[in-house]
Design a protein around this ligand. Structure first.
Ligand code: MTE
Ligand code: MO
Length: 320
């Protein structure tokens, strides 16, 4: 049971961190529900662990693994709940989401070590009536606790779990430093063509509102000015000769690949809320990808090129 709940927690968490479009399902509630169900089971699990630690039939290594798992799970759930209150967003040098994801990975590795250490045959439990009743009670308990937490404990969150910020924060995926690009030196290569800032601004501009939702757990809305990638490709004279993706690359080397059918839904923007981008937000030009999570919104763009690499060949989350 506990295993299934942990799996549910991991899957809904990973999904909530990947999706950007609104789903019919409020994923973060399911995620919180799985976490709270684990907490509801904790008193029983505590008894089992006490018994296990007391018996000397179990090796020291396995006891250490049990304790490590307990610690990782508590830190994971605790940091998640703390984040949902909106009151705290970092502890020392780390954001709460880094702690949350880090501890969850720690828990998964501990479980893997546990199974590597000895082979457990899954016990066959017949779904008898009592088991079903218990499952029903746990589900109802988790639903009630989740609703209560949402009402009195947590602050308003987006379906992704992110908390609203009045202004966009300057964020990097990993360790990209803010680029202070001199406008006179900057060009963006698009297929066979190149544009400087004036050339880019001469293309048909559109103004629109879009939400940037960062996987570190915040979101903010901006009014952007930019050129649609489909229009940019047309102006650059990029021919459709069977390329499978469009690579958008930053001066830092950070890059993401987009399907050819998505060019109408992507913009290369030069301004937000009526002002040119600041260095931190990607001056002179950055990508805006409405409906996609923040890590797709490449900053300090210097190249947009058709590519033979299909978009699914990149890792779900950027690796550098
Ligand atoms: N070149 C580059 N672009 C990047 C990143 C990065 O690390 N390097 N981080 C991405 C992430 S994770 C987010 S959430 C947004 C943050 O944009 P902002 O700093 O304008 O809020 O930029 C994205 N674009
Ligand atoms: Mo992000």
């Amino acid at each position: 049971m506990l295993g299934l709940l942990v799996a549910a927690g991991v899957l809904t968490g990973a999904a909530a961190n990947t999706i950007g479009v609104n789903w019919p399902l409020d994923l973060i509630q399911v995620h919180a529900g799985a976490a709270l169900a684990i907490l509801l089971l904790a008193p029983w699990k505590y008894v089992v662990i006490r018994r296990g630690l007391g018996s000397n039939r179990r090796g020291r290594g396995r006891k250490a693994l049990s304790l490590a798992l307990l610690a990782f799970v508590l830190v994971t759930i605790g940091s998640g709940l703390l984040h949902s209150t909106g009151g705290v967003d970092r502890v020392g040098p780390l954001t709460l989401m880094q702690i949350h994801v880090g501890a969850a990975i720690g828990a998964l590795l501990t479980v893997a070590a546990h199974f590597a250490g000895h082979h457990v045959r899954p016990r066959r439990t017949d779904p008898d009536r009592r088991a079903l009743l218990r499952l029903g009670a746990l589900g109802a308990g988790a639903a009630v606790t989740t609703a209560a937490w949402d009402t009195w404990g947590a602050t308003d969150r987006r379906f992704s779990g992110s908390i609203r910020q009045d202004r966009l924060l300057v964020t990097s995926w990993f360790d990209d430093g803010v680029q202070r690009i001199d406008q006179a030196d900057w060009r963006v290569r698009v297929g066979p063509a190149g544009f400087d800032l004036a050339g880019l601004l001469a293309l048909p501009q559109e103004r629109f509102t879009a939400v940037l939702d960062c996987t570190s757990g915040w979101y903010g809305s901006g009014q952007w000015d930019g050129v649609r990638l489909s229009a940019l490709f047309e102006a650059a004279g990029v021919r459709d000769d069977g390329w499978r993706s469009v690579e958008v690359r930053s001066a830092t080397g950070y890059a993401r690949w987009f399907g050819p059918g998505t060019l109408d839904d992507l913009w290369l923007v030069t301004a937000v809320d009526g002002r040119p981008l600041t260095y931190g937000h990607g001056f002179p030009a950055r990508l805006v990808a409405p409906g996609r999570r923040g890590f797709w919104w490449v900053k300090w763009v210097t190249s947009i090129q058709p590519s033979a690499r299909p978009p699914w060949a990149q890792s779900v989350f950027p690796l550098s």
